[in-house]
Design a protein around this ligand. Structure first.
Ligand SMILES: *Cc1c(COP(=O)(O)O)cnc(C)c1O
Length: 405
């Protein structure tokens, strides 16, 4: 079955109470058992079931199953936010003295999180992940994992995803891919050998800016026998389940950044139209970038769907479409004036909404990291990032035209 047919009917095929066509919102925090043996069996992982809502809840399970289908994975853990998904996973899998390699082209908050890990005794190398050689050069005896984004926000660098996958396989490294900007509809991390994928559900998968959420999916590519940070308690059953079990059982228990059932429901309903929204948003982004590239007030457009993008060919070989996110540098135009003149496009910090959004990058999301780190990430003071939505493309062009005139 195709991507959309599969996820539209996922809840129903999972067996929903009363024949309901989607999973209802279960708000109970705790789940009761007539026989205490059953409760014990659930706690010990010998029986499926629910105990306390911090770990998981039936509405959240249905969403997790949907994300697993999208990613063609083995299992998924859902979290309160995308940051909680990244943070909890790394806290569960890494220990003080371990080293991991990260792309230096990172979502600003992930960059901030990784600096916190460094302050707690985990070593990190930041590298240019558009080149597999840069990643290979940083592998050490204590290297455990490689973290990359597919298309980096805001400058749209594309990681050398396939070759980094081969490198990780040859060196027994966990390969952790942030698929938020591409989504499982445009890109399958499993196919390039990723071990785990993370999606911020807040963005395209939920898609309507009405709920926060995050998910980590086990993709079944990594042999967790080779990973010495797993506790014996979680090494039960199929080896491909060991890490995700530790993330769910220990990570969610310890940190408690659980996804609530109401948010899970919003995200699940939003996710039904992911493919339709991505088709429309990516085609809008392509049309707009071609228009902006030819405009005299625009100095530079960064979008992997343009021929002059350094990873144009790479993006074409990896993704179904080059995404709906791009950024521009301006010619003698103040980025605040430009954004303020846009009418249809909203000035805000989110991305992956149905509506088109703009933000002055250096002055907002990348302000705190300072001018040096910004320069190393190629972030010009005039850089404006756009997350393009599903409006009618003529209206978007008209809005940009009046704002630039
Ligand atoms: C937004 C985002 C995150 C974090 O997700 P939240 O749900 O906002 O916590 C992580 N990675 C990328 C690439 C993002 O765009």
């Amino acid at each position: 079955m195709g991507f959309t047919s599969k996820i539209l009917h996922a809840d129903r095929r999972g067996g929903v109470e009363h024949g309901s066509i989607h999973k209802p919102i279960h708000t109970a925090v705790t789940f009761a058992y007539d026989d205490a043996h059953d409760l014990a069996a659930v706690f010990q992982g010998r029986q499926d079931g629910y105990s306390y809502g911090r770990q998981v809840n039936p509405t959240v399970t249905a969403l997790q199953d949907k994300i697993t289908l999208m990613e063609q994975g083995v299992g998924t853990a859902a979290f309160a936010t995308g940051m909680a998904a990244i943070g909890t996973t790394l806290f569960s899998l890494l220990r003080s003295g371990d080293h991991f390699i990260s792309s230096s082209f990172l979502f600003g908050n992930t960059n901030s999180l990784f600096n916190s890990f460094a302050a707690h005794g985990i070593e990190i190398s930041f590298v240019d992940a558009t080149s597999v050689d840069a990643v290979a050069a940083e592998i050490r005896d204590n290297t455990k994992l490689v973290f990359v984004e597919t298309i980096a926000n805001p400058r749209t660098q594309v990681s050398d995803l396939k070759r980094i996958g081969d490198l990780c396989r040859n060196n027994n490294l966990v390969y952790f891919v942030d698929n938020t900007i591409t989504t499982p509809y445009l890109f399958s991390p499993k196919e390039v050998g990723a071990s785990l994928s993370i999606n911020s559900l807040t963005k395209y998968i939920g898609g309507h800016a009405n709920a926060l959420g995050g998910a980590v999916t086990e993709l079944g590519n990594y042999d967790w026998n080779a990973f010495d940070n797993l506790y014996d308690n979680y090494k039960k059953g199929d080896v491909s389940n060991w890490a995700i079990t530790q993330i769910k059982k220990k990570g969610l228990r310890d940190f408690g950044a659980s996804l609530g059932p109401e948010a899970a429901h919003h995200i699940s309903v939003g996710s039904d139209t992911l493919a339709l929204r991505m088709d429309r948003a990516t085609s809008n982004a392509q049309v707009l970038c071609e228009y902006l590239q030819a405009h005299p007030s625009i100095k530079k457009v960064y979008y992997p769907g343009l021929r002059d993008h350094p990873q144009f060919e790479l993006a074409k070989s990896l993704f179904k479409a080059p995404g709906a996110l791009f950024s521009v540098e301006l010619n003698e135009l103040d980025c605040f004036d430009f954004i303020n003149k846009l009418d249809l496009v909203i000035c805000t910090s989110n991305l992956g909404d149905t509506r088109s959004l703009a933000i002055p990058v250096a002055h907002s999301i990348y302000y705190e990291m300072g001018p040096e780190r910004r320069a190393s990430m190629g972030i010009d003071d005039s850089l404006v990032r756009f997350s393009i939505g599903i409006e009618d493309s003529d209206d978007l062009i008209a809005d940009f035209e009046q704002a630039l005139s």
